[in-house]
Design a protein around this ligand. Structure first.
Ligand code: GRF
Length: 187
């Protein structure tokens, strides 16, 4: 499976993929890692692992459509089978989704359709749920609305804060993501 990964943050899930590939446990080739802003830890990790990186900086485009078009062009240049949003904090446009039908994957740190959006862990804690989890899905044009591929549940502990809960969710998210990519690569 030829994969382009998009990430905006620390890239810890991406690092888990890189490690699994190095251990020969995941038959995936990461063609490149892209970001919507320069200087992220995800880009730093990727460069350290010898991966190609690219930035399509949201702030250097006049509008969303221009940024979308530039992102699509950059990703298409790598001719990936799949694109993975791994903590990529931007919604892409219709052209991007249309270019990768059921080929653009996303993860979310809650059990969708509960708690979509940028603060899924915080919102679940604030609501007081006793079980939350993570979701791997196909991304569409909505915010965490695409078809669900797989989910895993995690208990919320009485002493949890957002950081501790998100760390446990991310541990599950990494395992689930690797499993899903392995299954898709085998198809
Ligand atoms: C993950 O929980 C992902 O679902 C969310 O942000 C986190 C990514 O963390 N959107 P990292 O950048 O992989 O460390």
């Amino acid at each position: 499976m030829r994969l382009v990964v998009l990430a905006s943050g620390s890239g810890s899930n991406l690092q888990a993929l890189i490690d699994a590939i190095h251990r020969d446990e995941l038959p995936v080739q990461i063609l490149a890692v892209g970001s919507d802003r320069p200087g992220t830890y995800a880009l730093e990790r990727s460069a350290a692992a010898g991966l190609e990186t690219f930035v399509v900086d949201y702030r250097s485009f006049p509008d969303r459509a221009a940024w979308d078009a530039a992102l699509l062009e950059a990703v298409l240049g790598f001719q990936p089978d799949y694109v993975l949003s791994s903590g990529f904090m931007r919604i892409v446009g219709a052209d991007f989704i249309g270019a990768f039908p059921r080929r653009y994957l996303n993860t979310h740190p809650a059990l969708l359709p509960a708690f979509p959006g940028a603060h899924g862990v915080r919102d679940a804690l604030a609501y007081g749920v006793k079980v939350t989890g993570c979701t791997v899905m196909y991304a569409d044009e909505g915010v965490d609305t695409g078809p669900i591929i797989a989910q895993r549940a995690i208990d919320v502990l009485p002493e949890d804060d957002e950081t501790s809960l998100h760390e446990r969710i991310k541990a599950a998210e990494r395992e689930l993501l690797i499993q899903v990519l392995r299954d898709l690569a085998a198809q």
